[in-house]
Structure formats: structure tokens, C-alpha cells
Design a protein around this ligand. Structure first.
Ligand code: CA
Length: 167
């Protein structure tokens, strides 16, 4: 009898000791799993949402803009008043001419690029259009002239190191 009692007592103790161990062991594992899956799921969902909403915005903008023919570019640039603005040092310079032509062209639905001709010292801002019949045409927005800048070539007597085009 004593042996049986002791046996059951020990068995009960053992069960009491084991149960909390198992009880404690499983929830942290589950908690770790949920912690791992949840952060993964959330950014993916956020990315999909933000990408789709951004692409809707940019694609609807892209539809509104078109590449001009050379004639359409010519008509626009001769009509555009930007080149009549006065160059004012440190106030209204090449980058302002280029920005204004870019914005005026796109307000009329013509896709226009802001272009930086980078020299070894300094830069010069112009614009460009990807014409449907003559390809990429660079325009000097201070004079409305079509120009032909090339890397390694010269513009206003400075060697062009790099041409950056932002559409
Ligand atoms: Ca643009």
C-alpha cells in the first residue's frame, strides 16, 4: 500500500512538474511563429497597396503626356515665351529656363525631359524631347535652338563629361 501511495504521489508530482513545462514550452513556440509570419505578411500587403496606388497615379499621368513630332516640338518651342525671360545671375539661370520649358510643355501634354550637361566643373541645364520622327532632340531653352550635346564633345566651350536626362 505504501509503495503504491508513494508511486502515485511521485507520479502525480512528476505530472505536475511535466505539465507546466509542456504548457510553457508550446505557447512561446507559437508566439515566435506568429511573430515571424505577421511582420512578413504586413509589409507585403503594404507594398502591394502602395505600389499599385503609385502606379495608377503615374500611369494616368503618362497617358496624358505624348512624345511630339519634330514639327509639334518646333511649334511649341517657338510659341513658348520662356526664352524671352531675362537671365539673372543667381536668381533666374539655366536651370530655371529648363524647368519652365519642361513644365510648360507638359502642361500642353508634350513629354519633356530636364537635362543636365555635366562638365568637369559645373553643369548646364537644357531640355529634351523624344520626337516620334527624329528621335531625341535637345533644346537650349534660352534660345529655342536645337543643340547636339555629346559626352566628350563641347558645349559653350566646356567639355561634356556626362549627360543626365530626367523625364
Ligand atoms: Ca518632364
Amino acid at each position: 500500500m505504501v509503495h503504491k501511495k508513494e508511486f502515485f504521489f511521485l507520479l502525480a508530482l512528476l505530472l505536475l512538474w511535466l505539465l507546466p513545462v509542456y504548457g510553457n514550452d508550446t505557447p512561446p513556440q507559437m508566439a515566435v511563429r506568429t511573430e515571424v509570419t505577421e511582420p512578413l505578411a504586413v509589409p507585403v500587403a503594404t507594398c502591394v497597396e502602395s505600389v499599385s496606388s503609385e502606379s495608377v497615379g503615374s500611369s494616368s499621368q503618362a497617358i496624358a503626356l505624348k512624345d511630339p513630332t519634330f514639327q509639334e516640338l518646333r511649334d511649341f518651342i517657338l510659341r513658348d515665351p520662356t526664352s524671352r525671360n531675362e537671365f539673372v545671375l543667381n536668381q533666374y539661370e539655366c536651370r530655371h529656363f529648363a524647368t519652365e520649358v519642361n513644365n510648360n510643355a507638359e502642361a500642353e501634354g508634350l513629354r519633356c525631359a530636364f537635362v543636365l550637361l555635366c562638365f568637369y566643373r559645373g553643369q548646364h541645364a537644357v531640355v529634351a524631347f523624344d520626337t516620334t520622327d527624329r528621335g531625341l532632340v535637345y533644346i537650349e531653352p534660352q534660345t529655342d535652338a536645337a543643340i547636339h550635346p555629346e559626352v566628350g564633345g563641347k558645349y559653350q566651350e566646356k567639355e561634356i563629361k556626362e549627360i543626365l536626362i530626367a523625364w
